[in-house]
Design a protein around this ligand. Structure first.
Ligand code: ZN
Ligand code: ZN
Length: 252
């Protein structure tokens, strides 16, 4: 009897260790939504695990993005991924804070308001338009957005709105579209953070950014001081090196 009891304890212990050592997903085998930046690049690009994508967009009153910007993001993703459908759901949220925000604060807001998570065949992305600047921003170099987890993006919408109001500034749709697609580019693993570089093109002075001229993934696309020079008649798009990396990792 003692022997049986001992065997049972040993067996439970092995089972317990077996489960707890798996930190890349829950017990169902579906990858989690709180992994590091770039870790879901392949899952976002290809359709071998997730055939569809759902994007949950939240914003407090007065900080809603333009519909056209979200449509532009959708077109960008349809062009670069193999998802059979991409749904964008927008929702107003209550926020009692007004920034500036650290990424830790944004993450804790996400924990309170995010309702969409990965399911068996759908990968979920969370985008929050924040009513404040990024903590630590100084002078004219203000951060427009940050991709901070495998499926999470914050857009500093207060910064975008005040930038749009400056004389000679590009339209709100242009800035929102550039910021959304640039940050999504990081979720897709660019540059060298989940989608391996096929040819060396990372900017030696700006980690995870591209050195190709006019590419969407250039570092200046992330800051209000840098983005101005990037608009000709068009919103910036990915250069050929970045597109090669996405294609090699399951994208189009
Ligand atoms: Zn960036
Ligand atoms: Zn590039």
């Amino acid at each position: 009897m003692k022997q049986i009891k001992y065997t049972f304890y040993l067996l439970s212990l092995i089972l317990f260790i077996g489960c707890s050592s798996d930190d890349s997903g829950d017990s169902s085998g579906i990858p989690d939504n709180d992994l590091g930046l770039g870790q879901s690049a392949h899952d976002l690009l290809a359709n071998d695990i997730f055939s569809t994508m759902e994007i949950e967009v939240v914003y407090p009153e007065g900080f809603q993005p333009e519909n056209e910007s979200l449509q532009n993001l959708k077109s960008f993703l349809q062009q670069r991924t193999y998802k059979t459908s991409i749904d964008i759901n927008t929702r107003e949220i209550e926020l009692n804070s007004e920034g500036p925000y650290s990424i830790e604060q944004i993450r804790s807001i996400e924990n309170n308001v995010r309702t969409s998570f990965n399911t068996e065949d759908k990968i979920s992305v969370f985008i929050i338009f924040a009513n404040g600047k990024k903590q630590g921003d100084e002078g004219t170099s203000n951060t427009l957005g940050t991709a901070y987890q495998n499926t999470s993006i914050v857009i500093f919408q207060e910064t975008i709105i005040s930038f749009t109001n400056a004389p000679g500034a590009p339209s709100k749709t242009s800035i929102e579209t550039t910021t959304l697609t640039h940050e999504f580019g990081h979720l897709l693993g660019l540059v060298g953070i989940g989608s391996e570089q096929q040819n060396e093109h990372e900017d030696p002075n700006a980690e995870a950014h591209c050195i190709t001229e006019n590419c969407l993934m250039r570092a200046e696309a992330e800051f209000s001081s840098g983005i101005m020079g990037m608009f000709g008649d068009n919103i910036p798009d990915l250069g050929s090196e970045c597109i090669l990396d996405l294609q090699a990792n399951g994208g189009r």
